[in-house]
Write a protein that binds this ligand. Structure first.
Ligand SMILES: [Zn+2]
Length: 321
């Protein structure tokens, strides 16, 4: 478990070891499995939380430098698991008059209600958390290019001439969020190929295996939500808009305009584009952290992002069922 959520940095190794400890602690509702290897041989892990028949996917860390969301997602797994268990325990133990006493305090009531909602969420869904899709890029952004063990790959990355703490790509200098075989994907050079990367393949495999009802890919920065898909029909986008409006309301984020779906000169091939087109279910990119934050992102952002995401996932679950 997290000994100190506020400490400066969590390495890839630490995030994996925390995830495995959580699995030991909450093994009845949580499984930690490997869904692939990064190009520099790091495990890409999936945390399956809950007992429900339905699935939704929440991923983070597609871009290396976006270091807040991976830590927050693992913390959310711990928090939801803890709430689930304490709800179960309290209703086994408590007599009804003791519960009604608790309900008299408004704050306590709010906490009990939230806990109960999480309990129901995890009986309805098994949530598939992939907290760190791109562990190689995360480690480059955290520690520099020497974090890449494979000397050939290290040189490939260094040649890009990008400061390590602004690194978005994976360990082969490919942007995972431009690597998905969606309709707007564009070949950027002779070697460029859709779904060429291990991280992309791992995510696609999870989508195909579980056929999730919805997907959220957490990025940073902007406190905003991308909902619009120009390749999808009007009905799909209407539903996207209504869900996005609700989510944006809860955490006070802005919706990106349809014309901002892709920046001028940029290409498609995003995680959520692929998911929308292939599964026809809701999918959003949610950008946490304020727009003008500097890289490396200050760990102080974690608490606010945690408070936002814990509400977002719960609400998303209720909207897509
Ligand atoms: Zn990003």
């Amino acid at each position: 478990m997290f000994d100190d959520f506020d400490k400066s940095f969590y390495t890839y190794d630490k995030l994996v070891s925390v995830s495995k400890e959580l699995e030991k602690q909450y093994g009845d509702i949580l499984k930690c499995v490997t869904i692939g290897k990064s190009h520099d041989n790091r495990d890409i892990i999936l945390l399956k939380l809950g007992l429900g028949q339905n699935h939704m996917v929440c991923s983070a860390g597609v871009h290396g430098r976006e270091s807040i969301n991976p830590v927050v997602l693992v913390k959310i797994v711990e928090y939801y698991a803890m709430l689930y268990r304490s709800h179960e325990a309290s209703f086994k133990k408590s007599k009804s008059h003791e519960i009604s006493k608790l309900y008299k305090s408004r704050k306590k009531y709010g906490q009990i209600l939230f806990r109960r909602c999480v309990y129901e969420l995890l009986n309805t869904y098994t949530i598939l958390f992939i907290p760190l899709v791109n562990p190689d890029g995360y480690m480059i952004a955290l520690e520099g290019f020497d974090a890449i063990i494979d000397t050939y790959l290290r040189d490939v990355c260094k040649k890009e001439n990008i400061s390590y703490n602004a690194w978005k790509f994976n360990g082969r200098a490919v942007d995972i969020n431009r690597n998905f075989p969606s309709k707007l994907w564009v070949k950027k050079n002779d070697l460029d190929e859709a779904a060429s990367e291990n991280e992309t393949k791992a995510l696609i495999h999870v989508f195909n295996q579980f056929k999730p009802l919805g997907y959220i890919d957490f990025h940073s920065r902007g406190e905003s939500i991308y909902f619009y898909r120009s390749t999808m029909p009007v009905e799909y986008n209407n539903r996207q808009l209504s869900i996005a409006n609700r989510l944006a309301d809860i955490i006070d984020y802005v919706l990106m305009e349809p014309e901002e779906e892709i920046d001028i000169g940029d290409s498609g091939g995003n995680t959520v584009h692929y998911f929308s087109e292939n599964f026809n279910k809701p999918a959003f990119t949610i950008e946490t952290v304020e727009e003008d934050a500097d890289f490396p992102l200050d760990p102080d952002y974690r608490q606010k992002v945690f408070d936002e995401i814990k509400l977002i996932i719960l609400e998303f679950g209720s909207l897509i069922i």
